[in-house]
Design a protein around this ligand. Structure first.
Ligand code: SF4
Ligand code: SF4
Length: 276
């Protein structure tokens, strides 16, 4: 049995394997901007699907389905990216001639960077890739997330997934690869609003298991049931214990581990009754 934990499961980082079926072919890349949806958690969520008036996101059979884009229909209008609560949708445009393209990223901080501002483009793991220029800003509001477009070399369009606005004097330096974020600015559990500082504080105070952290902070007890934060907390606990993540005793899972419909539960009961 393959017990290897994927990088996506362990640290929430998507790799090429995870992006299969989520990127357009060469023909569709040339047609114009398109949406890349990096949503990998089967949670009850569908604003992207219902907001797309071009039916460019394949219809869900179940509210827990994962979204996949029909690139022949996607116009890159970015409506889905504005309403995605997971900040999981990026609008890429590599249809122009030359070496540069654009990527539009959701951005939840204020103030918004202005057009022309130099920022630090970062990869999925948060590491600085290079300075980039803001070429467009779509303000947020009324339930819509602000979007910021960066000009990026085409070869990095599938690498850049966030950015940070640094002090002017730092923007030209790429040596700050070890992100200079404060712990309280790193949200671990989005559902319950728990940041990294609180998690580390609890560990330092003697809460050494996932359940203890959950019960004290409520991290992992929101609608997504820890799908986003669980691995981050386990990483912190393992690091504190001085063991690898694989060696760390993760504790037990209580079923159901993914949301399931009452229909499936009911059918299960019927089968149980027949077999008894
Ligand atoms: S970018 Fe626009 S057309 Fe494309 S999937 Fe999103 S909402 Fe639909
Ligand atoms: S998190 Fe975003 S991409 Fe995923 S299902 Fe919800 S709206 Fe769609």
């Amino acid at each position: 049995m393959n017990t290897e934990i994927s990088l996506l499961r362990r640290e929430g980082l998507a790799v090429a394997e995870d992006l299969k079926g989520r990127l357009p072919d060469e023909v569709d890349k040339k047609r114009g901007p398109y949406a890349v949806i990096e949503c990998f958690e089967e949670i009850p969520c569908n604003p992207c699907v219902v907001s797309c008036r071009f039916d460019a996101i394949l219809p869900f059979k179940d509210i827990n389905d994962l979204p996949f884009v029909d690139f022949s229909a996607c116009t890159g209008c970015a409506v889905c990216a504005r309403v995605c609560p997971g900040l999981a949708i990026f609008i890429v445009d590599e249809s122009m001639d030359g070496d540069m393209g654009t990527i539009m990223l959701p951005y939840e901080y204020l103030p918004l960077p202005e057009k022309g501002r130099q920022v630090l483009a970062r990869g999925r793991d948060g590491r600085v890739l290079f300075p980039a220029t803001v070429v467009r800003v779509m303000k947020g509001g009324r339930g819509k997330t602000a979007l910021v477009s960066l000009e990026v070399p085409k070869e990095y369009l599938q690498e850049v997934r966030s950015f940070s606005v640094e002090e002017e004097e730092d923007a030209s330096q790429c040596s700050c690869a070890s992100a200079n974020l404060s712990e309280e600015s790193i949200v671990v559990c989005r559902c319950e609003g728990v940041d990294l500082e609180e998690i580390r504080d609890l560990i330092a105070r003697g809460y050494k298991t996932l359940d203890e952290i959950k019960h004290r902070s409520r991290a992992g007890m929101g609608p997504c049931q820890g799908r986003s934060c669980r691995q981050v907390i386990l990483n912190e606990l393992a690091r504190d214990a001085g063991v690898s993540l694989e060696e760390f005793e993760a504790g037990s899972f209580r079923p159901p581990t993914t949301p399931i419909s009452m229909d499936i539960l009911a059918k299960g009961s019927e089968e149980d009754a027949e077999n008894s």
